[in-house]
Ligand binder design. Structure first.
Ligand code: S3P
Length: 192
């Protein structure tokens, strides 16, 4: 496990800051976020789930009917709605959320604590595709572009992922171990 962090903070700010998990598809944002929230007694919110609720459609349908830009519109509105909640939560962002400047500004304004879950892109591709049937793979429409495009897209997002306060390498770790690493980082960086 490798935890790197940028900057510490004083006080008890963690009590009020939303904790947001970022990273590319397959990084484990939802499964880790759910477990982390339970461990630190916070609500868990999943941006992709909120998007689907708000649109009344699956992510696949949104992409099919409204394209990438239509999806990003709902994503932006959904993130704003989640950040307005008064309960401090753990929020699993989507893999592309940080690409949008409005989203980055909203996260900054909410004083969100960003944790980047990372793994080599080849491993992420395998996590998203190995052992899944076509229907499951279609739940993430961008996977249809194939492995080379998946890798290129990852590289184009790297700088935004790197803007997170903490980066956790997830290779070889269980969901429990990654959630524990997040909890350790939260205690170490936010509470001291
Ligand atoms: C996307 C990632 C997906 C989902 C949508 C677009 C992206 O979320 O928001 O398919 O642009 O990387 P996950 O990262 O949770 O799979």
């Amino acid at each position: 496990m490798n935890i790197s962090s940028q900057g510490g903070e004083g006080g008890d700010a963690s009590a009020v800051r939303p904790i947001c998990l970022t990273g590319y598809m397959g990084a484990g944002k939802t499964s880790v976020g759910r477990l982390l929230a339970a461990k630190i007694s916070r609500n868990f919110l999943d941006l992709d789930a909120e998007i689907q609720l708000r649109a009344g459609k699956t992510i696949r349908q949104i992409f099919q009917e409204h394209g990438d830009s239509g999806f990003r519109d709902v994503e932006r509105q959904s993130l704003a709605a989640l950040l307005q909640g008064s309960d401090p939560s753990v929020i699993a962002l989507g893999g592309g959320t940080l690409q949008d400047e409005t989203n980055r500004n909203a996260l900054h304004a909410a004083n969100a604590f960003l944790i980047h879950l990372e793994a080599p892109v080849g491993e992420l591709w395998r996590r998203c595709t190995d052992g899944f049937n076509a229907e499951e793979i279609a739940k993430r429409p961008l996977l249809a572009e194939g492995e080379a495009a998946f890798k290129e897209r990852s590289a184009s997002r790297e700088a935004n992922y790197r803007s997170a306060q903490v980066s956790i390498t997830t290779t070889g770790l269980s969901v429990e171990e990654v959630a524990q690493a997040c909890q350790n980082a939260i205690s170490a960086i936010l509470q001291h």
